[in-house]
Design a protein around this ligand. Structure first.
Ligand SMILES: [Zn+2]
Length: 57
């Protein structure tokens, strides 16, 4: 099981926990989901460009 350390009480807790079950410290939202949203946006915006470039040949 992957764990992370609570910065408030220094306890090892489940990595999937959004808040510390011991002291109630709330962890900031994961940045990985933001990266996926950014990637999706990049694909959506680049797709018409790719189609345009392909249509030129
Ligand atoms: Zn804690």
């Amino acid at each position: 099981m992957a764990t992370k350390e609570c910065p408030s009480c220094a306890m090892e807790i489940d990595k999937k926990e959004q808040a510390c079950p011991i002291c109630g410290y709330e962890f900031p939202p994961q940045k990985s989901s933001l990266i996926w949203v950014a990637l999706l946006m990049l694909i959506l915006f680049s797709y018409p460009l790719i189609r345009l470039v392909l249509s030129l040949f």
